[in-house]
Write a protein that binds this ligand. Structure first.
Ligand code: 5GP
Length: 201
């Protein structure tokens, strides 16, 4: 029997994390995405409860006070955080819970859940990332510059992750993730009950 798994996906803005996760959800109905809370304004194509739970700063700070978040950070001037109840409930159900979060949050998740699997998505090259971010057309120039600077800072933390995933095409990146998940689920330390059954035959 396969147990639940907490998978963290980080990577610079514009690298395609969202598209990869969508593709993974098509490949397996066990994969669920944790929807974060944020104080960032919604982009035109974003929907409440699908992309984020959009909150005011006051509402977000209330969530912090009530301990409703597993982790939270301030990133480029806005709060972002992972709701606790959904994540714990889905792991309990044996699902593969994906957190699409930045590096500071990933390090906090690793401290709280040492069993989590941390993956960092890389673009084929840096200039392609810049083009993708500009091509998206949802951010102004100052925000793009801030996010590219932040990307360079995030690259300094890649060693803290278990895996790097090259996003050359969405479908191959998603397949790489699924392969990692499958291997992780077969690790002996995640299958103690099954192993004990065989030991006691
Ligand atoms: P964006 O504004 O582009 O949607 O997200 C900005 C960054 O915040 C991305 O790197 C994204 O992965 C990260 N992020 C989104 N939700 C969370 C969260 O709940 N916690 C943390 N630590 N980072 C998050």
């Amino acid at each position: 029997m396969k147990s639940g798994l907490l998978v963290v996906i980080s990577g610079p803005a514009g690298v395609g994390k969202g598209s990869i996760v969508k593709e993974m959800m098509k490949l397996s109905d066990k994969v669920v995405l944790s929807v974060s809370a944020t104080t960032r304004a919604p982009r035109p194509n974003e929907r409440e409860g699908i992309n984020y739970f959009f909150k005011s700063r006051e509402q977000f700070e209330e969530m912090i006070r009530k301990d409703e978040l597993i982790e939270w950070v301030e990133y480029c001037g806005n709060y972002y955080g992972t709701p606790r109840e959904f994540v714990l409930g889905e792991i309990e159900k044996g699902h593969i819970v994906v957190l699409e979060i930045e590096v500071e949050g990933a390090a906090n998740v690793r401290r709280l859940f040492p069993d989590s699997v941390l993956c960092f998505v890389l673009p084929p090259d840096y200039y392609e990332l810049e083009n993708r971010l500009r091509g998206r057309g949802t951010e102004d120039e100052e925000t793009i510059k801030r996010r590219l600077q932040r990307a360079r800072e995030e690259f300094q933390h890649i060693d803290e992750y278990d895996y790097i995933i090259l996003n050359d095409t969405i479908s191959s990146a998603a397949q790489r993730f699924m392969n990692i998940i499958e291997s992780e689920q077969m690790k002996t330390h995640r299958n103690k009950d099954l192993i004990n059954k065989f030991k006691n035959i």
